[in-house]
Design a protein around this ligand. Sequence first.
Ligand code: F6P
Length: 317
Amino acid sequence: MITAIVVSGGDAPGINAAIETYARLASEAGDHALGVQDGFAGMLAGELEPLDIPLLTQMAGRGGSILRSSRAPALGEAGGRERLQAAIRERKIDNLLLFGGDGTLRHALPLLESWGISCIVLPTTIDNDITGTDYTLGHDSACNFARAAVDGIRATAQALPGRFFMLETLGAPSGHLALAIARASGAHAVLLPEYEVDLDWLADRVTSCVKRDGYALAVLSEATPGIERIVAEIPARAGIRLRYTALGHAQRGADASHLDRAVAREMSRLAWRALKDGCRLGVVLSRDGALSLREGSLPPGRKPAPDYEQYARINGL
Ligand code: F6P
């Protein structure tokens, strides 16, 4: 069996461990795993190469992806179907292992399915916002990266009281990542794209938290509307200095956490087993704490808005 491995969405911590596991399982069974550089654009260009397992082992815990991704919508290109089929035929590829998020499930999977190309998707995004699965690969590592930032902010916040700290996470367009981080960090407030921020409320919240704890900490998603206005107005309204930290892409490129390494390896094992057993189309899901392979695709779309109860509790609403 020959499998081509494609990273078709944004990179996320854990991808390298998943690739290593798949490559090892394939090699031990006398099968072959080929790595595709530059996502489907690379696949169309025939950029497939055998995987270097010792190098993968070294890289297994590192963030990013040893197989580069691409934002280019290559499969929709004129002649894309023919070239993809030619690339697959030329290399005698039996099936694909795909890493991706909503875009991959929404666009690439139906096309591959309609072409009769076997493939399994490992839902991968730090945002954890894909409908139908409780967990996406990379999310825990992004949360852990933020945890280290929260610890640092808290240390200085307590040592020099009187400041309001805002910690901006990635996660656009949804607020699931920011909410998860706020929950674990004991933040005084969480601001999400899904729920409107009332500036009067926020100014009061900041003032009362600084009075009580010596500082206030808000975790916010990068896609929260009106961030500039919050930054411009809250310090003046509350009479409190604001210090802003944006985690930015360093969060996405974080090393893989213990959980993500374990999830990555289990996802790969399930995918390899399913492809060996002749599965034509599948997605590895996390439900109620367990990973399993679901045959067929997933309904497209993102998860519903983050839980309002949790949002309200953190914000003292
Ligand atoms: O979807 C994953 C994600 O990292 C989001 O959290 C973030 O907004 C986006 O990708 C960034 O994309 P890009 O790397 O294209 O800037």
